[in-house]
Design a protein around this ligand. Sequence first.
Ligand code: 13P
Ligand code: SF4
Length: 327
Amino acid sequence: MNDIPARQNEHANLMQLRPMLTQDELLSEISRLRRERNAVILAHNYQRPEVQAIADYVGDSLGLSRQAARTDADVIVFAGVHFMAETAAILNPEKTVLLPDLRAGCSLADTLTAQDVRDWKARHPDGLVVVYVNTTADVKAEADYCVTSGNAVQIVQSLPQGVPVLFAPDRFLAAHVERQTGRTLDIWQGACHVHEAILPAHVDAARALHPDAELLIHPECGCSSHVLQEFPDLRLHSTESMVTHARESSAASFVVVTELGMVTRLERDVPGKTFVPVNRTACCEYMKMITLENVYESLRDLSGRVTVPHDTALRALLPIERMLAIG
Ligand code: 13P
Ligand code: SF4
Protein backbone atom coordinates (compact mmCIF):
# COMPACT_ATOMS: atom_id res chain seq x y z
CA MET A 1 0.00 0.00 0.00
CA ASN A 2 1.23 3.51 -0.79
CA ASP A 3 1.51 5.38 2.54
CA ILE A 4 3.23 8.53 1.20
CA PRO A 5 0.15 10.81 1.68
CA ALA A 6 -0.15 9.57 5.28
CA ARG A 7 3.52 10.35 5.92
CA GLN A 8 3.14 13.78 4.31
CA ASN A 9 0.24 14.54 6.68
CA GLU A 10 2.25 13.37 9.65
CA HIS A 11 5.15 15.59 8.54
CA ALA A 12 2.81 18.59 8.06
CA ASN A 13 1.38 18.06 11.56
CA LEU A 14 4.84 17.95 13.06
CA MET A 15 5.81 21.12 11.22
CA GLN A 16 2.76 22.83 12.72
CA LEU A 17 3.70 21.69 16.20
CA ARG A 18 7.33 22.69 15.78
CA PRO A 19 7.59 25.74 13.53
CA MET A 20 10.88 26.26 11.68
CA LEU A 21 13.15 28.77 13.39
CA THR A 22 14.60 31.65 11.43
CA GLN A 23 18.40 31.85 11.11
CA ASP A 24 18.54 34.56 13.82
CA GLU A 25 16.38 32.49 16.16
CA LEU A 26 18.56 29.45 15.56
CA LEU A 27 21.68 31.44 16.37
CA SER A 28 20.26 32.86 19.58
CA GLU A 29 18.91 29.44 20.68
CA ILE A 30 22.32 27.88 20.02
CA SER A 31 24.00 30.58 22.16
CA ARG A 32 21.47 30.13 24.97
CA LEU A 33 21.74 26.32 24.98
CA ARG A 34 25.51 26.43 24.71
CA ARG A 35 25.64 28.54 27.91
CA GLU A 36 23.02 26.51 29.76
CA ARG A 37 24.67 23.19 28.97
CA ASN A 38 28.25 24.45 29.38
CA ALA A 39 28.90 23.18 25.85
CA VAL A 40 31.73 23.80 23.41
CA ILE A 41 31.33 23.57 19.61
CA LEU A 42 34.38 22.22 17.77
CA ALA A 43 34.29 22.45 13.96
CA HIS A 44 36.53 20.98 11.29
CA ASN A 45 37.89 23.26 8.56
CA TYR A 46 35.60 21.55 5.98
CA GLN A 47 32.39 22.54 7.73
CA ARG A 48 29.76 24.79 6.16
CA PRO A 49 30.53 28.54 6.55
CA GLU A 50 27.60 29.13 8.91
CA VAL A 51 28.71 26.23 11.13
CA GLN A 52 32.33 27.44 11.20
CA ALA A 53 30.97 30.85 12.22
CA ILE A 54 29.31 29.57 15.44
CA ALA A 55 32.18 27.31 16.52
CA ASP A 56 34.35 28.00 19.57
CA TYR A 57 37.26 26.48 17.69
CA VAL A 58 37.78 25.66 13.99
CA GLY A 59 40.76 23.56 12.97
CA ASP A 60 42.30 20.38 11.61
CA SER A 61 42.03 16.90 13.09
CA LEU A 62 45.07 17.39 15.33
CA GLY A 63 43.93 20.79 16.64
CA LEU A 64 40.42 19.48 17.25
CA SER A 65 41.73 16.49 19.22
CA ARG A 66 43.91 18.85 21.28
CA GLN A 67 40.94 21.12 22.01
CA ALA A 68 38.84 18.08 22.96
CA ALA A 69 41.61 16.93 25.32
CA ARG A 70 41.83 20.25 27.14
CA THR A 71 38.23 21.52 27.28
CA ASP A 72 36.48 21.92 30.64
CA ALA A 73 33.03 22.00 28.98
CA ASP A 74 30.50 19.34 30.02
CA VAL A 75 29.21 18.84 26.48
CA ILE A 76 31.28 18.72 23.27
CA VAL A 77 29.31 19.26 20.06
CA PHE A 78 31.45 17.92 17.24
CA ALA A 79 30.82 19.64 13.94
CA GLY A 80 32.80 17.10 11.97
CA VAL A 81 32.58 13.39 11.28
CA HIS A 82 32.12 10.27 13.38
CA PHE A 83 35.77 9.28 13.95
CA MET A 84 36.49 12.80 15.27
CA ALA A 85 33.64 12.57 17.78
CA GLU A 86 34.87 9.11 18.81
CA THR A 87 38.36 10.50 19.43
CA ALA A 88 36.84 13.25 21.60
CA ALA A 89 34.82 10.61 23.49
CA ILE A 90 37.94 8.50 24.10
CA LEU A 91 39.75 11.55 25.48
CA ASN A 92 36.73 12.56 27.59
CA PRO A 93 34.90 9.46 28.80
CA GLU A 94 33.05 11.49 31.44
CA LYS A 95 31.77 14.17 29.03
CA THR A 96 28.80 14.14 26.68
CA VAL A 97 30.06 14.10 23.08
CA LEU A 98 27.47 14.88 20.42
CA LEU A 99 27.60 14.47 16.64
CA PRO A 100 24.56 16.37 15.32
CA ASP A 101 24.06 13.89 12.46
CA LEU A 102 25.22 10.36 13.25
CA ARG A 103 25.33 9.52 9.52
CA ALA A 104 28.37 11.82 9.13
CA GLY A 105 30.96 9.13 8.44
CA CYS A 106 34.17 8.98 6.40
CA SER A 107 34.82 6.95 3.25
CA LEU A 108 38.51 6.68 4.16
CA ALA A 109 37.85 5.33 7.68
CA ASP A 110 35.46 2.80 6.10
CA THR A 111 38.30 1.17 4.13
CA LEU A 112 39.92 -0.46 7.18
CA THR A 113 38.56 -2.74 9.92
CA ALA A 114 40.08 -3.87 13.22
CA GLN A 115 40.22 -7.42 11.79
CA ASP A 116 42.34 -6.14 8.85
CA VAL A 117 44.86 -4.77 11.37
CA ARG A 118 44.81 -7.96 13.45
CA ASP A 119 45.47 -10.00 10.29
CA TRP A 120 48.50 -7.82 9.45
CA LYS A 121 49.83 -8.12 13.03
CA ALA A 122 49.47 -11.92 12.86
CA ARG A 123 51.72 -11.88 9.78
CA HIS A 124 54.16 -9.36 11.35
CA PRO A 125 54.36 -10.12 15.08
CA ASP A 126 57.32 -7.74 15.52
CA GLY A 127 55.70 -4.97 13.41
CA LEU A 128 54.37 -1.53 14.37
CA VAL A 129 50.98 -0.23 13.29
CA VAL A 130 50.58 3.46 12.48
CA VAL A 131 47.05 4.58 11.69
CA TYR A 132 45.74 7.89 10.48
CA VAL A 133 43.27 9.62 12.79
CA ASN A 134 40.64 8.96 10.07
CA THR A 135 39.92 5.47 11.49
CA THR A 136 37.31 3.98 13.81
CA ALA A 137 37.94 3.58 17.54
CA ASP A 138 38.11 -0.22 17.00
CA VAL A 139 40.97 0.24 14.55
CA LYS A 140 42.80 2.71 16.82
CA ALA A 141 42.53 0.16 19.62
CA GLU A 142 44.68 -2.22 17.50
CA ALA A 143 47.31 0.43 16.65
CA ASP A 144 50.62 1.46 18.21
CA TYR A 145 50.52 5.04 16.93
CA CYS A 146 47.85 7.36 15.64
CA VAL A 147 48.85 10.25 13.35
CA THR A 148 47.26 13.17 11.55
CA SER A 149 48.41 14.75 8.31
CA GLY A 150 50.05 17.39 10.56
CA ASN A 151 52.46 15.02 12.34
CA ALA A 152 52.59 11.72 10.35
CA VAL A 153 56.12 12.40 9.08
CA GLN A 154 57.52 13.25 12.53
CA ILE A 155 55.93 10.19 14.13
CA VAL A 156 57.24 7.76 11.49
CA GLN A 157 60.68 9.41 11.78
CA SER A 158 60.68 8.65 15.51
CA LEU A 159 60.08 4.88 15.06
CA PRO A 160 62.91 2.36 15.60
CA GLN A 161 64.67 1.27 12.41
CA GLY A 162 64.49 -2.29 11.10
CA VAL A 163 60.91 -3.15 12.10
CA PRO A 164 58.09 -3.56 9.59
CA VAL A 165 55.57 -0.69 9.74
CA LEU A 166 51.98 -0.82 8.55
CA PHE A 167 50.76 2.65 7.56
CA ALA A 168 46.99 2.76 7.12
CA PRO A 169 44.54 3.53 5.67
CA ASP A 170 45.45 6.40 3.29
CA ARG A 171 47.80 5.38 0.49
CA PHE A 172 48.50 8.94 -0.68
CA LEU A 173 49.45 10.17 2.80
CA ALA A 174 51.57 7.01 3.15
CA ALA A 175 53.40 7.80 -0.11
CA HIS A 176 54.07 11.32 1.21
CA VAL A 177 55.46 9.90 4.47
CA GLU A 178 57.67 7.46 2.53
CA ARG A 179 59.04 10.34 0.41
CA GLN A 180 59.73 12.51 3.46
CA THR A 181 61.25 9.85 5.72
CA GLY A 182 62.96 7.64 3.12
CA ARG A 183 61.45 4.66 4.95
CA THR A 184 59.61 1.83 3.17
CA LEU A 185 56.18 1.25 4.68
CA ASP A 186 53.62 -1.48 4.31
CA ILE A 187 50.84 0.64 2.82
CA TRP A 188 47.11 -0.02 3.18
CA GLN A 189 45.49 0.87 -0.15
CA GLY A 190 42.71 3.11 1.16
CA ALA A 191 41.80 6.62 -0.01
CA CYS A 192 39.31 9.39 0.64
CA HIS A 193 36.82 9.61 -2.23
CA VAL A 194 36.96 13.43 -2.23
CA HIS A 195 40.76 13.79 -2.33
CA GLU A 196 41.25 10.84 -4.69
CA ALA A 197 38.95 12.51 -7.21
CA ILE A 198 41.13 15.64 -7.40
CA LEU A 199 43.11 14.80 -10.54
CA PRO A 200 46.35 16.19 -11.95
CA ALA A 201 44.25 17.67 -14.79
CA HIS A 202 42.26 19.75 -12.26
CA VAL A 203 45.46 21.16 -10.77
CA ASP A 204 46.91 21.88 -14.23
CA ALA A 205 43.71 23.67 -15.29
CA ALA A 206 43.66 25.82 -12.12
CA ARG A 207 47.34 26.70 -12.58
CA ALA A 208 46.72 27.73 -16.18
CA LEU A 209 43.95 30.08 -15.01
CA HIS A 210 45.96 31.42 -12.02
CA PRO A 211 49.62 31.30 -13.06
CA ASP A 212 50.83 33.45 -10.12
CA ALA A 213 48.98 31.50 -7.45
CA GLU A 214 50.82 29.22 -5.05
CA LEU A 215 49.57 25.63 -4.60
CA LEU A 216 48.27 24.49 -1.20
CA ILE A 217 47.98 20.69 -1.48
CA HIS A 218 46.73 18.24 1.15
CA PRO A 219 48.67 14.94 1.33
CA GLU A 220 45.45 12.91 0.97
CA CYS A 221 45.18 14.16 -2.64
CA GLY A 222 45.62 11.70 -5.48
CA CYS A 223 47.28 14.40 -7.59
CA SER A 224 50.17 15.10 -5.20
CA SER A 225 52.78 12.77 -6.71
CA HIS A 226 52.13 14.21 -10.21
CA VAL A 227 52.61 17.79 -8.93
CA LEU A 228 55.73 16.83 -6.95
CA GLN A 229 57.36 15.51 -10.13
CA GLU A 230 57.35 19.08 -11.42
CA PHE A 231 57.95 20.80 -8.05
CA PRO A 232 59.97 18.35 -5.93
CA ASP A 233 60.44 20.94 -3.14
CA LEU A 234 56.74 21.76 -2.77
CA ARG A 235 55.51 21.21 0.80
CA LEU A 236 52.19 19.41 1.32
CA HIS A 237 49.97 20.78 4.08
CA SER A 238 47.48 19.57 6.65
CA THR A 239 44.48 21.87 6.59
CA GLU A 240 45.79 23.88 9.57
CA SER A 241 49.24 24.18 8.06
CA MET A 242 47.60 25.69 4.94
CA VAL A 243 46.44 28.61 7.11
CA THR A 244 49.86 29.15 8.68
CA HIS A 245 51.62 28.89 5.33
CA ALA A 246 49.21 31.25 3.53
CA ARG A 247 49.77 33.86 6.27
CA GLU A 248 53.55 33.60 6.09
CA SER A 249 53.95 33.30 2.31
CA SER A 250 54.70 36.34 0.18
CA ALA A 251 52.19 35.06 -2.43
CA ALA A 252 48.93 36.97 -2.81
CA SER A 253 46.83 34.14 -4.26
CA PHE A 254 46.57 30.40 -3.75
CA VAL A 255 44.97 27.42 -5.44
CA VAL A 256 43.47 25.34 -2.62
CA VAL A 257 43.85 21.64 -3.41
CA THR A 258 41.61 19.94 -0.86
CA GLU A 259 37.96 19.92 0.19
CA LEU A 260 36.02 23.07 -0.72
CA GLY A 261 35.22 24.15 2.86
CA MET A 262 38.88 24.98 3.43
CA VAL A 263 38.44 28.13 1.35
CA THR A 264 36.00 29.52 3.96
CA ARG A 265 38.53 29.08 6.77
CA LEU A 266 41.38 30.59 4.70
CA GLU A 267 39.31 33.60 3.62
CA ARG A 268 38.30 34.26 7.21
CA ASP A 269 41.74 33.89 8.81
CA VAL A 270 43.97 35.25 6.05
CA PRO A 271 42.20 38.41 4.86
CA GLY A 272 43.52 40.33 1.88
CA LYS A 273 44.67 37.23 -0.03
CA THR A 274 42.81 35.28 -2.71
CA PHE A 275 41.94 31.58 -2.42
CA VAL A 276 40.70 29.63 -5.42
CA PRO A 277 39.29 26.10 -4.95
CA VAL A 278 40.97 23.62 -7.32
CA ASN A 279 37.62 22.06 -8.09
CA ARG A 280 34.15 23.11 -6.88
CA THR A 281 33.04 19.46 -6.80
CA ALA A 282 35.67 18.52 -4.17
CA CYS A 283 33.02 18.50 -1.48
CA CYS A 284 32.69 16.03 1.41
CA GLU A 285 29.00 15.20 1.79
CA TYR A 286 29.67 13.76 5.25
CA MET A 287 31.15 17.01 6.55
CA LYS A 288 28.24 18.95 5.04
CA MET A 289 25.67 16.86 6.97
CA ILE A 290 26.21 19.14 9.97
CA THR A 291 23.91 22.16 9.81
CA LEU A 292 22.79 24.95 12.15
CA GLU A 293 19.47 23.13 12.53
CA ASN A 294 20.95 19.84 13.69
CA VAL A 295 23.51 21.57 15.94
CA TYR A 296 20.56 23.32 17.61
CA GLU A 297 18.54 20.08 17.90
CA SER A 298 21.51 18.19 19.22
CA LEU A 299 22.13 20.81 21.93
CA ARG A 300 18.43 21.00 22.74
CA ASP A 301 17.83 17.23 23.02
CA LEU A 302 21.39 16.03 23.74
CA SER A 303 20.87 13.82 20.69
CA GLY A 304 23.52 12.18 18.53
CA ARG A 305 25.57 11.01 21.52
CA VAL A 306 28.79 9.21 20.58
CA THR A 307 30.26 6.74 23.06
CA VAL A 308 33.07 4.21 22.84
CA PRO A 309 33.04 0.96 24.87
CA HIS A 310 35.35 1.25 27.90
CA ASP A 311 37.87 -1.46 26.93
CA THR A 312 38.13 -0.17 23.33
CA ALA A 313 38.61 3.40 24.60
CA LEU A 314 41.30 2.28 27.02
CA ARG A 315 43.29 0.56 24.25
CA ALA A 316 42.78 3.39 21.74
CA LEU A 317 43.93 6.04 24.23
CA LEU A 318 47.66 5.22 24.07
CA PRO A 319 48.04 5.69 20.26
CA ILE A 320 45.95 8.87 20.50
CA GLU A 321 48.10 10.24 23.34
CA ARG A 322 51.21 9.51 21.28
CA MET A 323 49.65 11.51 18.43
CA LEU A 324 48.92 14.45 20.74
CA ALA A 325 52.45 14.41 22.15
CA ILE A 326 54.16 15.01 18.78
CA GLY A 327 53.83 17.79 16.24
P1 13P B 1 43.27 17.46 8.38
O1 13P B 1 42.24 18.52 8.70
O2 13P B 1 43.74 16.83 9.64
O3 13P B 1 44.36 17.97 7.54
O4 13P B 1 42.51 16.27 7.61
C1 13P B 1 41.73 16.41 6.53
C2 13P B 1 40.60 15.47 6.47
O5 13P B 1 40.28 14.92 5.44
C3 13P B 1 39.82 15.25 7.64
O6 13P B 1 38.82 14.38 7.35
FE1 SF4 C 1 36.69 11.42 5.27
FE2 SF4 C 1 37.48 12.46 2.98
FE3 SF4 C 1 35.37 13.48 4.17
FE4 SF4 C 1 37.82 13.84 5.24
S1 SF4 C 1 37.09 14.64 3.30
S2 SF4 C 1 35.95 13.24 6.32
S3 SF4 C 1 38.80 11.92 4.68
S4 SF4 C 1 35.53 11.41 3.36
